[in-house]
Ligand binder design. Sequence first.
Ligand code: ADP
Ligand code: MG
Length: 742
Amino acid sequence: LIRHYIKRFLQNTRGKTVANEKCDRYNEKIKWRFFYERKEQYMSEKVSVPEIFGMNVFNDAMMREHLPKKVYEELKNTIERGEMLNSEIADIIANAMKDWAIERGATHYTHWFQPMTGITAEKHDSFLAPPSNGRAIMEFSGKELVKGEPDASSFPSGGLRATFEARGYTAWDPTSYAFIKDDTLCIPTAFCSYSGEALDKKTPLLRSMQALDKQAVRVLRLFGNTDVKRVITTVGPEQEYFLIDASVYEKRPDLIYTGRTLFGAKPPKGQELEDHYFGTIKPRVSEYMKELDKELWKLGILAKTKHNEVAPAQHELAPVFSTTNIATDHNQLTMEMMKTVAGRHGMACLLHEKPFAGVNGSGKHNNWSISTDTGANLLEPGATPSQNAQFLLFLTAVIKAVDDYQELLRLSVASAGNDHRLGANEAPPAIMSVFLGDELSDVVDSIEKGVDYHDKEKTLMSIGATVLPHIPKDTTDRNRTSPFAFTGNKFEFRSLGSTASISGPNVILNTIVAESLSEFADELEKAEDFDSALDKLLRRELVAHKRIIFNGNGYSEEWVEEAERRGLSNLKSTVDALPVFIQDKTIELFTKNKVYTESEIRSRYEILLENYYKTINIEAMTLISMTKKDIMGAAIEYQYTLAEVFNAKQATGVAVTAKTEEKMLAKAASLTEALAERLDKLEADVDKVDESADALEIAKYYREVIFSDMSSLREVIDDLEVVIPSDIWPYPTYGEMLYSIK
Ligand code: ADP
Ligand code: MG
């Protein structure tokens, strides 16, 4: 009724259009107020996806609605051309963004960025400005939107930023939309030092996308394509995770401090029956997944597929793919939401690559492709001869890139956590190879041999002349053992660890493919007869890089030997892989393509090494403390109980035997002795770390000495766990954790 009168009043005083506009705004406001006040109640009810999708995102539709037309168009141009925003426009956008956010209950804003810690960082500022007449004023300027200046001295910089110039700055990435999380307006930003060096994971990713854009457009022009203005890469990351009950999680300091269990005997039932994969989802987990989906949809994240994974308590979520930098932001938010929502459901979400030994760990499949701004997927086999030739050239560029830079690609997924998976028969081997599937392999074979390709009976082909057979998607890949598989119209890079940001692997993927494309473009731009030059190039490159193609079982011993014969590299651990980062070839690649400067590379190398050994150090300290505090105590208590029974039996003097107790006591005593010895050794070795040595030396020491000390201590602990009664054993067992969600 009130609205009705207001409308009448406005109509009389200001005319019809103004009245309608104002009333629409007003209605909108009332709708949101209503929604926010009843948020809890509303969310527990059935929800319409289109209604909530992106409701917490200042996305294109919101921009269109809240910005004057001219400003909106200017911003769109900026986004499309990747230019700087002028300050007037920035002020208008900031103000609109603030009003939009406040309507939705936001009180603070933050520049949301991804420092090299691998997680996201945020510092919240409220919109409050100096009050006027005692009234609160909410302000947000263009300057605050576009640039922030956090004190950055506590973020890793690998020596790039001396402490006296500790300030870094954050710069808005307008290609990734601002969003509201926990009553805070989050502005996705890049993070740099004052001298312009990247201190984060977003900056190099954007640079690598630019590099690929530039080279791919060159190649498209060669095929006579003049309407494509921009080429982007797209990613759909599948995310694996574990869920356990909060009550067991809280009793495991190793999970709390390190994300993984540092010991635990094998439960009677692991994943041997493979009954969990795609199994019925338990009601509690289903409730969790539903709420997670809703939270992600509200943030504009296209959560799509969810299912149980192979290990007990393991699950997966996959989104619909999007532009690589947005997919990267969204994957970070997804991981964060997974943990937050788990907390609300009395559970803990484990994102570590290997939370439990003996069952599968978690990874991330990085589905990657190249698309044009006109909507064409460049890795989709085409329908015409020229599209096919173009497809084959892009395909060959990827094959060449993976072969030329296999060690760099391996390095992109190296971390202390992922060392537990790669090559462990549950994840792809540490050897990089490309899976093409039978059809495409036949095509490649025929090009290589210079013969026409025969599709079953008749189709003949010479490149640039006839049509390639349609390659059906579902026959391309059911080989789960390949690290890098062609799956119909994209590549699936399967070696990523579950915790890591997907930025690193995609920076490398984009850059190495940009490099192949640039070499191809250099050659073909000079050619007099394009078709025959293309023919020659494809044949030559496929022959040269054929060794990287492998369609067989990547888990088998034979492949390791075969790969060695082919001269493929096999960098088994992080410390083996990291030095590749500072090789001349790598520095040349990144500087040429303007993705990293040499000093950025060196600083990142230091950070990765530090991160590696610090991770193992934390694990060692945690294991030492748990062993000393509780495990040793339990072992002694157990022996004491046995000794008491033994003595009591002996003291009766009758003909009862105490043989069993004697045996059990002897076993417990010898295990306890081994426990003490191995604990001492671990402690002593940790003390011996030479902190003045160079980072690679320290990392190697942790890998070779500390890590193996931990494994041998773990063996005894696991043996003790099996013999010590559950009322004395101080920690939840594997069985109790893996089956904690009923
Ligand atoms: P799978 O058999 O591995 O489940 P799907 O076809 O379901 O394969 O795709 C898995 C992932 O690949 C999804 O996240 C999907 O969005 C993503 N994907 C599909 N097409 C592309 C593409 N062109 N670029 C990047 N990712 C893609
Ligand atoms: Mg997949």
